[in-house]
Design a protein around this ligand. Structure first.
Ligand code: FMN
Length: 215
């Protein structure tokens, strides 16, 4: 049986309030039509405790990497945060399919996504450094990003200003994921009359992508 992690990055905890999550639901339904037995785990990042990289984590990292300390010699806070980070990464690794749903916020993704992804960049766990450069270890796993945007970034003057999808795609690529095209629903806030049509198209694209990912 395969496992899909459904990662929603939005404080909205009701699907009716979130356009992105509405598209995400369509994706999941279409995926289940192809793989009815898939195990789906919903990670709603705002409901989770995600360690931030702070002084404890920086000390833990330095002590273990360069200063010859053992885990037992770390302070209580250092060890607790490091273990939390590794537990989160171990949990993340153990899936086959990954669906991220985010809105664009102030040109990027909500900051909690960065904190979450910071926990996933662990040398020798999710990537390794070789003479030829870094190599992702998350191979054999497929990922997709569903992103909602109030304005338009796919064409026009804002193309270069989009850094939410760009960041997530590059982070996932670095880690070795097989990436599918992002499903974008954009312009709903700036062109509200067109919102229903934009949403319908995005849902259709999400269903097509899900069937492709699941096959
Ligand atoms: C704090 C905040 C910042 C936002 N910044 C942007 C932005 O930089 N560009 C943009 O196009 N839309 C921006 N938006 C609009 C959202 O991306 C848009 O409403 C999106 O459809 C929300 O998706 P959701 O319904 O899934 O939450 C912002 C919204 C919020 C709440």
């Amino acid at each position: 049986m395969s496992k899909l992690l459904y990662i929603t990055v939005n404080p909205k905890n009701n699907v009716k309030l979130s356009k992105g999550m509405q598209i995400g639901e369509v994706f999941l339904e279409a995926f289940k039509q192809v793989q009815p037995d898939v195990e789906i785990e919903h990670m709603h990042l705002y409901d989770m405790e995600i360690p931030e990289i702070d002084m404890d984590l920086l000390y833990a990292r330095a002590k273990l990497s360069f200063m010859g300390y053992t885990k037992e010699q770390l302070s209580e806070a250092e060890r607790t945060k490091l273990e939390k980070m590794h537990a989160l990464a171990d949990h993340f690794i153990a899936a086959d399919y990954y669906v991220f749903v985010t809105p664009i916020w102030n040109l990027g993704a909500p900051a909690i996504l960065k904190s979450f992804m910071d926990c996933m960049f662990i040398a020798e766990k999710t990537f390794t450094n070789t003479k030829e450069g870094p190599r992702g270890l998350m191979t054999g796993r497929k990922a997709i990003h569903i992103q909602t945007r109030g304005g338009i970034y796919s064409t026009g003057p804002m193309v270069e200003f989009e850094m939410g999808d760009r960041y997530l795609r590059k982070a996932l690529e670095f880690l070795g994921f097989e990436l599918m095209d992002t499903v974008v629903a954009e312009g709903m806030d700036h062109f509200p009359k067109e919102a229903p049509e934009i949403m319908a198209k995005a849902k259709e694209a999400a269903a097509t992508a899900a069937r492709e990912m699941a096959k």
